[in-house]
Design a protein. Structure first.
Length: 240
């Protein structure tokens, strides 16, 4: 048993693997809930990607046996992709793991991984397993919060369950329409630009907000909620 942990800005995700196969995945865990899961199934090895705080803090919180193989994914960790990136030491470990995971799902194919989390990342890995970088954009809820915090009178708006109209009839509707429709236009525009450069590119969506936006995106694309966990487990195998 191996466990891959993605410790993000807003949630902990964990995947339990055996012989390279994902047995179960948990996407919105607290550290306490993760510790209970690990008491039930003690792993031989753990890999952690953390964008939240130093990953070593998590090891002490989880109370794992001393002989558990533990890997912190960082800028110096050997990974099965080549990084064509000017500052690999600042490259987010979740972005690297997602690129590796794309190769697990679609080997020998060029893929664009779009992770719709606290921030939105767009990252390209080619058919030769070269990571070419990408983009980082403000996330869904970050845009609502920014309008509220950087203005005097705009309220803090929570997104609804459906796509708002282009013509808002009050301030809340106008804010929601601006964020949702603006982000939808951004997503489709960036996807179209990559398809122009790479006509056979795979588009993979992951992250907590991916299900909300998938209905408004031009197909084909794949909803791949576990792509980061799959990449982390592949990196763990590579280092063991």
């Amino acid at each position: 048993m191996q466990v891959a942990i993605d410790w993000g800005n807003s949630a902990v995700k964990a995947g339990f693997f055996e012989n390279g196969r994902l047995l179960e995945a948990h996407h919105r865990l607290t550290v306490e809930a993760l510790e209970r899961l690990l008491r039930r199934q003690t792993p031989e090895a753990v890999v952690v990607s953390s964008t939240n705080r130093p990953a070593d803090q998590l090891r002490s919180l989880l109370n794992l046996p001393a002989d558990t193989f533990w890997l912190n994914l960082n800028g110096t960790t050997p990974v099965p992709v080549e990084k064509d990136y000017d500052t690999p030491q600042t490259l987010g470990s979740d972005r690297v793991a997602a690129a590796v995971g794309a190769g697990v799902l679609y080997p020998k194919e060029t893929s664009l991984v779009i992770d719709l989390g606290t921030c939105i990342t767009y990252d390209l890995v080619d058919a030769d397993s070269v990571f070419h970088g990408g983009m980082i954009s403000p996330g869904f809820r970050m845009r609502f919060r920014a309008m509220h915090e950087f203005t005097e009178r705009l309220p803090l708006v929570e997104p609804g369950e459906s796509r708002p109209p282009l013509l808002g009839k009050n301030t809340r509707q106008a804010m929601e329409g601006g964020v949702v429709n603006g982000l939808m236009a951004e997503l489709n525009g960036i996807i179209e630009a990559h398809r122009h450069e790479h006509p056979d590119i795979r588009i993979l969506l992951c992250g907590g907000d991916a299900p909300f936006f998938q209905s408004g995106l031009k197909p084909p694309f794949v909803l791949a909620p576990d792509v980061v966990l799959l990449g982390l487990n592949r990196i763990l195998d590579y280092n063991r």
